[in-house]
Design a protein around this ligand. Structure first.
Ligand SMILES: NC(=O)c1ccc[n+]([C@@H]2O[C@H](COP(=O)([O-])OP(=O)(O)OC[C@H]3O[C@@H](n4cnc5c(N)ncnc54)[C@H](O)[C@@H]3O)[C@@H](O)[C@H]2O)c1
Length: 338
């Protein structure tokens, strides 16, 4: 079952509820299922996970059916799925769904390698199915307010901080693929330009992979940007600043307060105002955008090509190997949670 129906059936197709499944009942997948279960015009067919305890947790949390395998879910008939399995499985699962004409939203990063990401993009294009990548931060209302504030501006520089404690369970990726890829996507989206120069500084203070990254970029349009990310900060912080010729915009992505400074005068004075920011849950807005793209056949909000471009920049950052942090840092042991 899919929603690529013939022209004569197009209106009926667009009106009927979309049958959607979720693949992976972990942290993200359970949230996908929770949100999908509450969306109008959607029938949540179920969630797939090989682990019985994760299936049980998801069915209790969301009240939907759970399946052991992808085939079991697909045999129920689905139009679209969201793929929230571990990243190393995105390629295999995405291709299996595309081969059955099923529209897919793939969690970020699209794949572990650029080649696998390109394979997914290529297969989706040939099959004519919708492929969207889950760069959910674009749907954060504070990010949307910043994007709007700078839309007609000549952007000069962007600074993004995304720091916090170690995640409860360490996966096999470091901060660049886990965290900075969100901000690489934001820099590309804010500037509507490609990143052409990358200057990474990486360090591994506690984890095997990099747990501190200071990344500098230049876009084709000439914007300078930097990302400061780490797992060594005891509290979460996410902030964005954008300097344009006419404005300085500051956003806190957690409190969702966005402020702009403008009207700069020769005597150094300027005006400030808080910008209106919406209240949407980012994941809900993301899934609505995906399903809208499925229904209309329009380009999704975050395309596969964009997901691959951000992954490619993140991987370029990793080409300079992480070095151990200052030797003194080794003296004071830090606890890695989980
Ligand atoms: N957009 C975001 O902000 C964001 C945040 C966290 C994670 N992610 C991404 O979401 C994906 C999942 O991350 P997570 O933190 O939820 O991980 P997780 O480990 O909590 O969940 C992954 C789940 O997939 C299940 N799984 C394993 N093999 C499977 C298979 N063959 N079929 C179906 N399910 C399978 C696991 O049992 C587990 O329940 C990753 O790609 C990650 O990068 C995105």
């Amino acid at each position: 079952m899919n929603s690529k129906g013939s022209a004569s059936g197009a209106n009926t197709e667009a009106r009927r509820a979309l049958r959607v499944g979720v693949i992976g009942a972990g942290v993200m997948g359970s949230n996908h299922a929770r949100v999908l279960a509450g969306l109008p015009g959607v029938t949540l067919v179920g969630i797939v996970d090989p682990l019985p305890e994760h299936r049980t947790r998801a069915t209790e949390f969301v009240g939907c059916r759970a399946f052991v395998s992808l085939d079991e879910l697909l045999s129920e008939g689905v139009d679209a799925v969201t793929i929230a399995a571990p990243t190393h499985l995105h390629h295999e699962i995405a291709l299996a769904c595309i081969a059955r004409d099923i529209h897919i939203l793939v969690e970020k990063p699209i794949a572990p390698t650029v080649q696998e990401g390109l394979d997914i993009v290529d297969a989706a294009r040939r099959a004519g199915v919708t492929l969207m990548v889950g760069h959910v931060e674009r749907f954060n209302p504070a990010v949307a307010a910043i994007k709007q504030a700078i839309s007609a501006e000549d952007i000069l520089s962007i600074g993004i901080t995304r720091v916090g404690p170690f995640p409860p369970r360490m996966s096999n990726v470091g901060v660049v693929i886990d965290l900075a890829v969100h901000d690489i996507d934001l820099i590309r989206w804010f500037t509507e330009s490609d990143i052409v120069e990358v200057q990474p500084q990486l360090s591994s203070a506690v984890a095997e992979r990099e747990d501190i990254a200071l990344l500098q970029f230049r876009t084709a349009s000439g914007v300078l940007a930097h990302i400061n990310t780490n797992w060594l900060t005891p509290f979460k912080a996410r902030s964005v600043t954008v300097a344009t010729r006419g404005k300085y915009v500051m956003g806190d992505l957690l409190t969702r307060q966005v402020t702009e400074c403008f009207g700069f005068k020769p005597d150094g004075s300027y005006s400030m105002r808080h910008l209106p920011v919406g209240h949407d849950e980012p994941l809900r807005a993301e899934l609505i955008a995906f399903l809208e793209a499925v229904r209309t056949g329009n380009l999704p909000a975050v395309s596969g090509d964009e997901g691959v471009a951000s992954l490619e920049i993140a991987i370029r950052c990793l080409e300079s190997p992480a070095r151990p942090a200052a030797t003194t840092a080794r003296k004071g042991p830090r606890r890695v949670a989980g």
